[in-house]
Design a protein around this ligand. Sequence first.
Ligand code: FAD
Ligand code: NAD
Length: 476
Amino acid sequence: MPDTTFDVIVIGAGPAGYPCAIRAAQNGLKVACIDEWKNRDGTHAYGGTCLNAGCIPSKALLESSELYHRAQTEFAAHGISVGQVAFDVATMQKRKAKIVKASTQGVASLFKAAGVTAIQGHGRLLAGNKVEVTAFDGKKSEIVAKHVVLASGSVPMELRSVPFDGKDVVDSWGALDFGAVPKRLGVIGAGVIGLELGSVWRRLGAEVVVLEAMEQFLWMADQQVAKEALKHFKKQGLDIRLGAKVGGMERGKDGITLKYEDASGAKAVSVDKVVVAIGRRPFTKELLGEGTGVELDERGFVKVDHECRTGAGNVWAIGDVVRGPMLAHKGKEEGVMVADLIAGLVSEVNYKVIPSVIYTAPEIAWVGQTEEDVKKTGRPYKVGTFPFMASGRARAMEATAGFCKVISATDDDEILGVHIVGPMAGELIAEAVLALEYSASTEDIQRTIHAHPTLSEALHEAALHADGRAIDMPNK
Ligand code: FAD
Ligand code: NAD
């Protein structure tokens, strides 16, 4: 007879749900985690969007395509000749699939090691903290727990005028699975997915047009960083068209014609494949039964407070299905916090210090406030920047694009934001995240010894530059 009573039931085993289940088990609680993810071949896998169709497969293809691109464009400068560089999409896809499988099987092993009861199927919250489980064969059963955590994630938003067909007009999952390089690729949305997946296929030879509705490029990023990144993306051949509002599509002899309007009037562009990447929406389909008391907001997110309590009994919600940035690490921290709060421990998520990374080349990463944010507050501030061009390590790596930028308060020297566009920005930002977490001052980074020669010296020098004390470049 299987267990039907738990301390905690988590619905969803993505990067929010599975860490929550594991931490709750570490806290000595009896935990079940239900997940319904199905791969295209019908198999089930834990790990949600992130492991199966998001963070991990996209980074696998970004790495392969970047290596191909660098072999073509950089090896000669190192004195390495490799003749004609070629690639095989099928091998790249096989490698990606292997990485995904290792990651998702890893979650199943972690569940086992932690003693989490992993259940495959659909979970629906009923009144009284009961959960109806529908197995893949349609069989229904009920389990119950003191606490239920909703972690059902998100799905791609659709564009009514350019509907998905699963073949030529696809979402990000479809674009990760192309079996051949499209000759002409249209990307709708110059957000994180549009830029990452546009880069993958551009590096492999596709002509990529990115249509972005906003006039401003990467509105959420520091605009000095956004401008620098745009310059490099254009150089790489990404045809990014801003202020382009897509109104429809037509299929014809010349493939798919996307119709859009920008400031100068009606325009059209013909492509062979289209990726629609205009954002994601919370996924709550058949998640809530009658009388649970859980409320959704006007955009469909499960309503929660700052500790992820829904306000309905002991029901919590975490990850993409609640407010805040749709990022795997944000969901993970919420999952861990909720599991600790359930166990009576003190915990919180510092929402002000969530890093963002865009895995393009150059990478873009930031934490804290942008210069535009700080300006709006009226607080006096100082800015230090340091270009990778002046970094010995970056020059040795043939990766001199971009810069580090540190924004700090003039009154008490507190670091308010750090913005990096350049090589390994996603790794370098970790130091800045730690600095902001500890409310560090610019002087703290200035006095911290950075190994030489490393890329991290650029952050050190940017902090020094904020006070006109940079060593490796002239000060303002
Ligand atoms: P999900 O990962 O969506 O997991 C939810 C799980 O719950 C799924 O398995 C789903 O099948 C299951 N589920 C839903 N409803 C039920 C139900 N009723 N019963 C049972 N199971 C259910 N973020 C980053 O931080 N870094 C990146 O580099 C990054 N890259 C990305 C690249 C792409 C192409 C995409 C699409 C996303 C990327 N993201 C990235 C975003 C990241 O994937 C999400 O923020 C993250 O997966 C959200 O985690 P989650 O656990 O809330 O939801
Ligand atoms: P996004 O919100 O990052 O970007 C969507 C873009 O589409 C925006 O720039 C928006 O202005 C534009 N847009 C919206 N409607 C449009 C229209 N009709 N025509 C043209 N442009 C339009 O969303 P995304 O790129 O789809 O990514 C979804 C989520 O996944 C994001 O929240 C992101 O945080 C997450 N993600 C994160 C990473 C990462 O951390 N590296 C990678 C991929 C995805």
